[in-house]
Each structure stands twice: as C-alpha cells, then as structure tokens.
Ligand binder design. Structure first.
Ligand code: SF4
Length: 334
C-alpha cells in the first residue's frame, strides 16, 4: 500500500495534498497546474489584459501579492500574454511592519526580475501612518490608510503609465466583502465588489486575477513553491468588522468549503433595481483623481489632518463638505 493515495489526475504520482477548494487529492505538480490554470481561465474569461499592456502588480510583500506576481510572470511566459509587468508598492510608513514587508518586495523584484516602484504616504500626503495614528488614535486608522492607499496606487499607476493595476484580492477577501456590504446595506459597493475588473472615470483599470483562488490554496502554493513572503499582521490592524465577517466565513467554510465560491456567485447575480440612486463617478475638483463626490475622500481626510480636525471626513459628510467648499472658494479667489 502506498503511504498516500494516487493523484486524482491519474498522472501516476502519489498525492501529497487535498485541495481545499475541490477536495481533489493531488501531487505537487498537478496542484500547481490546476491552480495556475484556474487563474489563467479567470484572466481569459474576464478579458483582463490585452497584448502589450503595462500591468502594475500591487505588491505588499504578503502571500497574495507575492503569489500573484509569481503566477502572472509564469503565465505571461507560458501563454505569451506579452505583458510588461511592474511591482508597485505603497509605503504607508508603519514602523516594524511595512518597512520589513518592503524588504520582501525588494527581494521579489530581484527573484522575479520585475521592476519595482515604491511610493510613500510621506511623499504623497506629507504624513506617515505612524504620525496619523499618533494624531487620531487607533479607531479610524484603517479608514485613512485604505483611502490613501487606493489613491496612492492610482498615482503610482499614472507615474508608471500602466494600463491596469492587478491586485491580490482572493476569493476569501471577495466573499468577506460581499458579506460586509450586505451587513452594512452598502448597495453601491455590493454591486461592484465581485467585479473582476473595475474602473472609474478616466481612472486606471483594476483587476483581480486571484478572484476565484482560495486563501488556503494560495498559502499552499506559496509553501510548496518556496516563495518568500511576509506574514506578520499590521501593528495597527483592528478592523473588527471585517474580522467578524472573516470568522463567520471561516466557520461556513469548515462546514461547506464551497461557501466561499457560492457567496461570490450570489454577489455576481445580484441586480440593483433601476430606481436605486447610485453614486456617480467623477474627478475630484482638488486633486483630479476619481471620486464619487466633488471633493474626494482622500482630500477631505488630508485637509482634516492638516487643520488639526482629524475627524473631518469620518462619519457624516455634511460638515466636511461645508468646510471643504469654503476652502475651495478661498482657493479660487487667490
Ligand atoms: Fe493600513 Fe489598517 Fe491595513 Fe494596517 S491594517 S495596513 S493601518 S489598512
């Protein structure tokens, strides 16, 4: 009797793992091929790229973006996508976390031979996350960080003149976001959070090649490929609400592994009634980047920090709007 069952592809080798997503028992090589082919299918079916595209991979040094960079490089060579790949990292300025994870990205740059651009909050906004947390405390730090990161990636993409930003969002992330948006009643986000490609008014396209890849399989792939990634959690990570959605999803996955994909498929099928008012996408009148308001959230949050009013832009927007409009009027008069 062999110690392990045969690989279920009948390749003749012994299986070494059971796929969390499908339950198939596979050898290492057949797992690599199945995992990579599913990502290739996501890219082809979703028409994520076209030949000659310049693609920035949002690289944090974590498992998702490391696997994404490795697999995109592999598929680009195997299937001749003809993509020009870049690594784009954002340095939020979190001592003891991002400084270490960026060392991993720098190593990925060398290992994979992909050029790297690092942009920092300090150079873009004049603030680091360390200084923001010193100012606002630990309650809304992820709101600042998330809003600034999203815009920082857009800014980096403009500097690199890329056609698309590929992010490492995996199936678990997307299913969690579906749950969170349902719980919050956020219809606009619920409608677009399962899209494999998103784009705003003249903003750069974003895509999620790992949309259907399970987090557990990403970890397995990185492990069996010996990929170097950074696995420490951010020192400012409270994110309690997402944490509840994540714990709930993990419980569901234990009972029925297909729950993750089922939630994504449910999200994809949701249709918003025609009479529901959706936010319009436009360009911020101050910085020019994509926004759902005249003045984008990043500009409002930054103005609040610079004026010593860090709660500006958190919660109800009417006060922030008033102050920002006053400032815009002043700027126009100068
Ligand atoms: Fe930023 Fe919050 Fe993520 Fe830390 S946990 S990197 S503060 S969004």
């Amino acid at each position: 009797m062999p110690p392990f069952p045969q690989c279920s592809t009948k390749c003749g080798k012994n299986a070494i793992l059971k796929r969390p997503k499908t339950g198939d028992t596979l050898c290492k090589e057949c797992f690599f091929l199945a995992f990579e082919t599913e990502i290739h299918d996501t890219i082809i079916n979703g028409k994520l790229f076209k030949p000659g595209d310049k693609v920035a991979i949002g690289a944090s040094g974590g498992k998702d973006s490391t696997v994404l960079a490795y697999v995109l490089k592999t598929l680009n060579e195997r299937y001749k996508y003809e993509l020009d790949l870049f690594l784009l990292s954002i340095d939020e300025g979190i001592t003891g976390y991002r400084d270490d994870s960026l060392k991993t990205v720098t190593r990925n740059k060398v290992d994979y031979g992909i050029p790297l651009k690092i942009l920092s909050y300090k150079e873009l906004y004049g603030w680091t996350m360390d200084s923001i947390v010193a100012e606002i405390g630990r309650k809304n730090n992820c709101t600042f960080c998330g809003v600034f990161r999203r815009q920082a990636l857009d800014r980096g993409a403009v500097i690199l003149k890329v056609d698309c930003i590929a992010t490492g969002h995996n199936a678990d992330d997307i299913a969690e976001t579906v749950l969170m948006n349902i719980l919050r009643g956020d219809i606009a986000r619920l409608q677009r959070c399962t899209s494999v490609i998103t784009t705003g008014a003249d903003s750069i396209m974003r895509c999620k090649p790992l949309k259907y890849a399970y987090e557990k399989e990403i970890v397995m792939y990185a492990y069996f490929k010996n990929l170097v990634y950074f696995s420490t959690e951010c020192i400012y990570a409270p994110n309690a609400y997402r944490g509840h959605a994540r714990a709930f999803l993990k419980d569901l996955e234990k009972i029925r592994p297909s729950s993750i994909i089922d939630i994504i498929h449910s999200g994809e099928q949701l249709q918003v009634k025609a009479n529901v008012k959706m936010p319009e996408r436009r360009n911020c009148t101050l910085c020019g980047f994509v926004s759902s308001q005249d003045i984008c959230k990043a500009c409002i949050l930054l103005e609040g920090l610079n004026r010593g009013l860090p709660k500006l832009g958190i919660g109800k927007s009417s006060k922030a709007k008033k102050i920002m409009n006053l400032n815009t009027d002043k700027r126009n008069k100068i």
